[in-house]
Design a protein around this ligand. Structure first.
Ligand SMILES: [Zn+2]
Length: 552
């Protein structure tokens, strides 16, 4: 056995610099794969102590004049029609008109998406100058800004220098002040750095780029710095969420998520963590939650994390996440094609982890309780059947008509559990319905709830964070679709308005709460293709909502 342990240890230590993994004592199912090696762990042990990895790139804010700055690459904006702002003019003058001469030749029109790299301009301390087109003045929206920034990052990644400086202070983005623009810019840069090659034998070459300086005027420095601080915490949260989502389901199961919670509690002393096991879940009377996990060899976990950054007397905000670490559909088995993507069915729980991380990093003066209902939905002799009736923690009975509508079955009990914290607002986050992808595609999260003020706050947070949601109705008429001849409520409401009837189901358990529900089935991950993977959404929306509440 010792040799297997050593083998695992070697495999883990090879990655420890980036992932800080180390084997301790937690049984995982065999066979277990790591680093492309097949390692039998029949009685072996492995434990991921701490998934979070430090960011590879640093963002700094400075107010110095760009022409005197020593940097590998200085990035400046050129408007459509080859117009130069003040910064570009200064650089141009100092270099003896080198930039305007090049523009005169017609090399760069200044349209969004265009760029031109210049080497060794005279009299400048910067080794290179990257001109980027920013389009017409005051017409730039969020999307073009993201496109410009992603383009810059892409170019910088391919260059040799270890640093770069962005002089984009003068670029105006519609509806955004200096803070709002910098938030978007910084998040796009930091999130653009994300990669996930933990399980590839051939790692990507380490990049030269380690630092990006955002140049700004003295008067705006404090606001720009505040935006960068917030953006860094959000990007760290998103990376954590994306890592959790991208991990394979044979590693990322409910027990693993419980361990991540405990590791977070170790890192941040202000966090109180409780992981309730299957026995406790049963004892609490969570018959609905328990039924979802009962078909799997991986036991369910209810993870409760409490952060008290606000006054003792203040009621907490509550985030409730769906954590189905793999969803086969259960006995109502899903079709095989694309089923691997059902590892993302814990995207709600992962986004709560990411948001909590951002809140902890920013030490927001609020109280927050996070409740994650984690289970694996598998078919087996012990699995729940269509037709089964279960009793929820609220006492209401549910007829399970389709075992693939399991998200609401775990969430309803977690929402009832949330009541004991007397939260001022509860938001549940779940990759809940395919119907939401049909309705809103992959750009917008579905939003429903029983409190107009809370809905408004979330809509505006989504807009500010460029991580938008859209409200769907929760009219009484839809409730009838959940009628069951045998129990208080059925767990599905037929093919019509699937996102709404799923929320109707949850609304039966949130009558005592100010509650909103985010359906992130379309936004939490990108399906298929080369960009397949977790997106880190809606960490920006949720963090923004909490930043607004904290007035930070
Ligand atoms: Zn399902």
């Amino acid at each position: 056995m010792q040799c297997i342990k050593d083998h695992l240890r070697k495999g883990c230590q090879a990655q420890s610099a980036r992932f800080k993994l180390r084997p301790l004592s937690r049984a995982l199912p065999a066979p277990f794969y790591i680093e492309g090696k097949r390692v039998r762990t029949g009685c072996g042990t492995l434990h991921f102590d701490h998934l979070f990895r430090d960011p590879d790139m640093e963002l700094v804010v400075k107010s110095v004049s760009p022409e005197t700055l020593k940097t590998a690459t200085l990035v400046i904006a050129v408007g459509e029609g080859r117009t130069l702002g003040n910064v570009a003019k200064q650089v141009d003058e100092l270099s003896g008109g080198a930039i305007s001469a090049i523009l005169k030749r017609g090399d760069l029109a200044g349209k969004v998406g265009q760029s031109l790299l210049l080497h060794s301009l005279p009299n400048l301390k910067a080794e290179r100058v990257l001109l980027v087109g920013v389009g017409k003045d005051a017409e730039l929206g969020d999307r073009p800004l993201r496109k410009i920034v992603a383009g810059i990052l892409n170019t910088l990644k391919g260059l040799g220098g270890s640093d770069a400086a962005l002089a984009l202070d003068e670029v105006v983005v519609k509806g955004r002040d200096s803070y709002g623009k910098t938030r978007l810019l910084a998040e796009t840069l930091l999130d653009g750095e994300y990669s996930f090659d933990q399980f590839k034998s051939q790692k990507a070459e380490p990049r030269a780029l380690k630092k990006i300086t955002l140049l700004t005027i003295k008067a705006a420095q404090a606001e720009v710095q505040r935006a960068v601080t917030h953006a860094s915490a959000i990007a760290n949260g998103m990376a954590f969420t994306r890592d959790l989502g991208n991990l394979p389901p044979n590693i990322c199961h409910p027990t693993f998520l419980g361990e991540q919670a405990k590791a977070l509690g170790k890192e941040f002393k202000s966090l109180k963590v409780e992981v309730l096991d299957e026995k406790k879940i049963k004892e609490l009377g969570m018959g609905s939650f328990y039924a979802v996990g009962q078909g799997s060899d991986q036991p369910p976990r209810l993870i409760v994390m409490q952060y008290n950054g606000g006054k003792k007397s203040e009621k907490p905000y509550a985030l409730v996440g769906k954590g189905i670490t793999f969803d086969t559909g259960g006995i109502s088995l899903k079709p095989g094609a694309g089923m691997d993507e059902m590892k993302y069915d814990m995207g709600g729980a992962a986004s709560v982890f990411g948001t909590l991380r951002a809140v902890l990093e920013l030490k927001l003066p609020i109280n927050l309780v996070c409740i994650l209902a984690c289970a694996e939905n598998m078919p087996s002799g012990g699995a729940a059947r269509p037709g089964d009736i279960v009793t929820t923690m609220s006492g209401q009975t549910v007829e399970i008509l389709n075992t693939d509508a399991e998200g609401r079955l775990v969430l309803c009990d977690a929402l009832t559990y949330a009541e004991r914290f007397k939260p001022q607002a509860v938001i549940d986050i779940a990759t809940l319905t395919g119907a939401c992808i049909v309705a809103l595609g992959s750009h917008t999260s579905g939003l429903l709830g029983n409190n107009d003020e809370l809905i408004e706050q979330l809509l505006s947070a989504g807009k500010a964070a460029d991580d938008r949601a859209w409200q769907l109705p929760l009219f009484d008429e839809y409730q009838e679709q959940l009628d069951s001849p045998f129990a208080d409520i059925a767990n599905i409401g037929g093919p019509k308005a699937g996102t709404i009837t799923a929320a109707c189901f949850l609304s039966r358990f949130t009558k005592n709460l100010n509650w909103a529900h985010l359906d992130i089935a379309g936004t939490a991950w990108t399906s298929g293709g080369k960009d397949k993977g977790a997106t880190g959404r809606p960490v920006p929306l949720l963090t923004q909502y909490l930043l607004d509440r904290a007035k930070a």
